[in-house]
Every structure is written in C-alpha cells, then in structure tokens.
Design a protein around this ligand. Structure first.
Ligand code: ADP
Ligand code: ZN
Length: 613
C-alpha cells in the first residue's frame, strides 16, 4: 500500500541498462514486456526463436532487481561464452560447473557469499545439490532463469532428467521470480514446461517464430558433394555447420572437405570429449571454420555469426530442422540454409524409428513428425509458410525469401505416372528398385527383364512419355510422398506404401502433384544472385576492406584473451563502424553494440584503426 515511490519506472531502468551496458538503442519484439514483467517479480515462460534475444530478458532484470540472478543452463560451452560476454560488458558474472578446478569453484562460492555477483550460471545438477540449495537460500536472489526449458520435456530430443527436479525451485524460493525460456515452439512442449516447472501462475510470452534473415532452400540429392561445393563457393570465408546423419558420414565428409582446402572439423558423439571440445573451440574462435557434425552438435552454441547451415541428409523432424537451421544468423545478418534430401533418407529414418526401443505410441508420433518434414521438402509452397503454419503461426503471404518463392517450382499432374509406377512395382512382385522398374516402364529390352518374363506384362512400355531421368525423379518423389517404400533390408526394392495412401491414387480419387526438378541453370542463376546480395552489404570496396581490417584487429584482441571474437564485438557492430567511420569516441559510442565498458576498453584501439584508414 504505502510503498516507497520508485525513482524510475521499471522500464526506464531497463532502458538505461540496455543503452549503457549493452550499447543497444531499443528493445526488440516482446523484450520490453517480458523484462518489465520479471522486474515486477512475476513468473513467465518465453518462447522465442533462436537469435530472438532471449538472454536480455533475464540479464536486464537481474541487473535491475536487487540480488543475484541464477541462470540454469544445460551446457558448459554456452555458459562459458555467456559469462565471458557479460564480463566484457562489465557485468559481474560467474559460473559453477564441472569444468572448474576446485580452487576456482571455491573462489566463485566466496564471491557468491559476499554478494558480489550480478549473475551466476550453473548446470541443473549443480543447483540441486544440497550445499548449493542451502547457499542460495542464504543469498538475496533477483531471479531464476531456466534456459533451454524444453529439456524438461520427456517427448523432446533434448530431455534431461535433472530438469524435472527444477520444480523444487517454487517450493524452496517462493518469492523469487522464475523465467523459463526456450526456442522450441510446439504447443505440447509448451504445456509440458508449464506443468513440470509449476509455472501455472506465470505468463506465457509467445513471440513470432519467423527468422526473416534466413534464406531457406531444399534440393533433391543429385551428386550431393557437388551440390555442397557449389553452395560453399557462395560463402567463402564464412563459418557454417554441415549436418550429416551418421558419424561415418561426418568423418568422410570432413576428410573430403579438408582435401578440397576447407578448414573443416568433425563433431559427433563417437569422438572423445577432449576432441569435441577442441573442435568446438576452433569453430568459436576462428573465422571461416566448417563444423561437420551429427545433431550432437549445436545445442548451446550461441555463436552469432554462423552464416549457413547445410543438411546433407534429412533431419528427424521439422522441430529439429528449425532448431538446427536456427543456429544460422543469430546476429540478424543474412544467412542461408540448404537441405539435401533423397528417398533413401526417408527409408533410413523410418527404419531407425521402427528399430528403436520406443513404444508404439511414440513410434507413431515419430512417424507423423517425419511425415510433416517430408511434406515440407516435397511441397512447392513457400518454405516459410509451411514452417510457420506447422508451428501454429501461419503467414498470410509468401515470404519472397526462400527457394520456393525465388524459383517457383513448376509442378505437374503426376497422377497417371504414379498409377503406372505403382502398378509396375506391384505386378513385378514389389521387390525391384527404381532402375529396373524404369526399364519395364519405358519398355527396355534387357536379358534380365526377359528372363523374368516382365516384357509380357501389361505395364511393359506404358511409360514412354518420360525419360529414364524423369522416371528416377518420379520414383524418388513417390517415395517421399510415402506411396512407395524402400525395402532397406533387401536390395532397395520398392513396395507399395500404406493402403490408405495408395488406394485413392490407384483409383484416381486423389491427384498426385509432382515437382518438376530444379534445373541446373536455375541453381546457377541463384548462386549469382546470392553473391550479388553479399557484396551489397557494403557500399564499396573500401568499406569492405575496412571491415576486414577491423575483424583482424578483433581477432588479435580475442586471441590475446583466449575468447571468441564475437564476445568483443559482433560482425554487425564492425560493419556499422566500417560504414559510419566515426572519428571520435562520442560518435563511436553511438554505434549499436558498444556499451560503456566496451567503449572504455576497446574504443581507442578501434578508433585508431578507423582514423588510420
Ligand atoms: P537467443 O538466446 O534468443 O538465441 P540472444 O539472446 O543470444 O538470442 O540474442 C541474439 C543476438 O541479438 C545477440 O547477439 C544479442 O546481442 C542481439 N540482441 C538481443 N537483443 C537486442 C536488442 N534489443 N538490440 C540489439 N541487439 C540485440
Ligand atoms: Zn517463401
């Protein structure tokens, strides 16, 4: 009732912190609302895409409220990065996890007891030890932030049992606001988080999941290494991730890329912990490194300047795809993705689901998720429209920034072709592969074919309207649509898919629309366009050279401190410097991403480089 009047409204405080500490001019999207809510002491759940700016949602309230903020994060690499980035901003941050020596951990605990920290990062298992809980109960806490909150979901691929125990926080710390954050969007996960973390009284903030700076592209595999090379040639000198389905493929692809002169490193669960950490470190600290990885890589990597993500094989679901591609372009600058898919990928993934330990209900769910992904790659619609409607946020208009929008795929009514292909597979006993079936359809006279007597079948020679290459493409698409299934145990023979799918097609009750494949010429035209767009970022050569010079200075400073370059300044900040060419500290301070601590620490050095040129 008779509360002392605050000198400033919470948002004024928060805006001041945003400007002075982080060097940013204004809040993005729902940040202001979320921050105000937490400063007022309420709980919440934030659903925001990767790169949306989740960290500020708890970092700023932690600086505005009294006491220390505790951030729970599942991954050590991420913690280390965030703590380093905060220290660069002059914020008193530290972490507690298993990577610290015991003397280092003791130092951190001492600063906690002395109330000398603004933010403390820790892994959930650390938090839940008795010693830590007791210590925190004696401290004055400003908030709990539970990052990667979807780890609480038993259905998700990142499930971590320790996360379930975070429900205790409400009991132990009833007066400390809790903010859970995740980039996973689907409604069941959202409900599970609220339920398991006891956030029923909190507010749920759902922001747009669109990532406008990401260009989405998919292509059928057609010499995938050549496709990869062509893609990489548009991204020379940039950092990127190349995902493969298996460890063996990661190793082969890495070796091949290295032989082609790329700085590429493997990352998968079969490597030693030390090797993985070392490869990740190079990726974070050097420019232009390719990380070739299974899905084991990426969660908790918040490198902002990943310029591209390539999938050499189909990911497992649209959620996984969106999360993996979401690692590109966190800094908001243009980024590109490419997904290469083949019909055998679908078969492999189906097989993996079937042979897993999961119960039938779970398997069905996984199959459905895969169906949605297959629908996405084989659709001729705007990629972003398909993605966002899957996440429950349909877009009215096509985005204009994906392969379907930029190079509309011609589709054709392939119902007759599908019927011919399906009956050909059926009449030859559902055991031959696409090449053999094509021979039957186009009426080729091979001795093998004759020995089976297949030249006598009514389907022999009925498919002469299409070439061999076109039939190969049609078969691939029929597999992608689930109308044909690849027999993985045998020799890749094709059999009919689920009756509910196949029957209406055979009866002519359901048309089958097929994509005409993207032609080489189109791909090359696009390559040129992307290149053009890339140089457009700078007005002229001079600007670009200055940008490179600033990057070199940054790399030098980063190496001296053994930190990733982006914790010093982001590319976007360097780009803005190269464009505006400030000649004194006051004008340098106006550039986005330069707060007071960084101005004091690096201002003169960068100014020097700017004035020299
Ligand atoms: P997330 O955790 O949601 O993936 P981050 O918190 O890492 O995203 O933020 C992504 C990037 O956007 C970071 O580089 C961050 O500095 C920048 N950023 C966040 N909020 C703002 C803002 N209000 N103004 C300018 N840049 C911002
Ligand atoms: Zn589009």
């Amino acid at each position: 009732m008779n509360q002392p009047a605050r000198l400033l409204a919470p948002l004024d405080d928060a805006s001041a912190v945003l400007r002075h500490v982080f060097g940013f001019e204004s809040f993005r999207g729902m940040q202001a609302e979320i921050i105000e809510h937490v400063i007022e002491g309420f709980d919440g759940l934030v659903l925001m895409p990767t790169g949306g700016g989740k960290s500020l949602c708890y970092q700023i309230p932690a600086l505005c409220r009294e006491g220390m903020g505790v951030v729970i994060s599942p991954l050590i690499a991420l913690m280390r990065d965030q703590v380093e980035a905060l220290r660069q901003l002059g914020v008193r941050a530290a972490m507690l996890n298993s990577s610290l020596e015991s003397s280092e951990a003791a130092d951190v605990l001492r600063t906690v007891r002395q109330n000398k920290l603004d933010l403390l990062y820790m892994a959930p298992e650390r938090l839940l030890t008795n010693g830590t809980l007791e210590l925190l109960q004696r401290c004055h806490l400003s908030l709990f932030a539970i990052d990667e909150a979807h780890c609480v979901s038993q259905w998700g691929h990142d499930f971590r049992p320790e996360y379930l125990q975070l429900a205790l926080l409400k009991e132990y710390f009833p007066d400390v606001p809790r903010l859970a954050l995740t980039a996973t969007a689907d409604a069941p996960t959202q409900n599970e988080i609220v339920d398991k973390l006891h956030l029923q009284n909190g507010r749920v903030f759902v922001t747009s999941f669109d990532r406008p700076n990401i260009f989405y592209g998919c292509a059928a595999k057609n010499n995938s290494r050549a496709q990869l090379l062509r893609f990489l040639s548009n991204h020379a000198g940039a950092s990127g991730i190349v995902y493969c389905l298996s460890r063996a493929k990661v190793e082969e692809t890495t070796a091949w890329l290295c032989a082609k002169g790329f700085k590429a490193f493997p990352y998968h669960a079969g490597l030693s912990h030390a090797a993985r950490a070392a490869h990740q470190d190079v990726f974070l600290k050097e420019d232009g490194v390719l990380m070739v990885a299974t899905i084991a890589f990426g969660m908790g990597i918040d490198k902002p300047d990943v310029r591209f993500v390539v999938h050499m094989d189909l990911p497992k679901s649209l959620e996984a795809y969106y999360q993996e591609t979401g690692r590109a372009g966190r800094d908001g600058l243009p980024a590109e993705t490419l997904l290469l898919y083949g019909s055998s990928d679908v078969a492999k993934l189906r097989n993996m689901i079937e042979s897993s330990e999961a119960d039938d209900k779970r398997k069905l769910l996984e199959h459905r998720k895969l169906d949605a992904l297959v629908g996405f790659v084989s659709s001729a619609r705007c990629r972003r429209q398909v993605l966002l409607s899957y996440f429950g946020q349909p877009l009215d208009k096509a985005c204009g920034h994906c392969d379907s929008c930029c190079h509309p795929i011609e589709s054709f009514d392939g119902t007759l072709a599908a019927q011919q292909a399906l009956s050909c597979a059926y009449r030859t006993g559902q055991r031959f592969g696409a090449a053999y079936l094509t021979d039957v359809l186009i009426g080729a006279s091979s001795p093998r074919l004759q020995s089976f007597g297949h030249h006598l079948l009514p389907v022999f020679g009925i498919g002469k309207d299409f070439s061999k290459k076109e039939w190969r493409d049609i078969f691939r698409q029929l597999v992608v649509h689930g109308l044909l299934l690849v027999d993985m145990e045998g020799h890749g023979g094709l059999r009919l898919g689920d009756e509910a799918l196949v029957r209406p097609v055979l009866r002519g009750e359901k048309p089958v629309m097929l994509r005409k494949d993207v032609h080489k010429a189109l791909r090359e035209e696009k390559a040129k366009k992307t290149r053009a767009a890339k140089t457009d970022a700078f007005e002229n050569q001079e600007e670009e050279e200055l940008f490179q010079k600033l990057r070199a200075l940054r790399l030098d400073l980063a190496k001296k401190q053994n930190v990733p370059p982006y914790v010093i300044f982001h590319d976007s900040t360097l780009m803005a410097m190269a464009k505006a060419r400030p000649q004194n500290l006051q004008s340098l301070a106006l550039i986005s991403g330069i707060g007071e601590a960084k101005l004091a620490r690096y201002g003169a050095l960068f100014l020097n480089a700017l004035c020299e040129s």
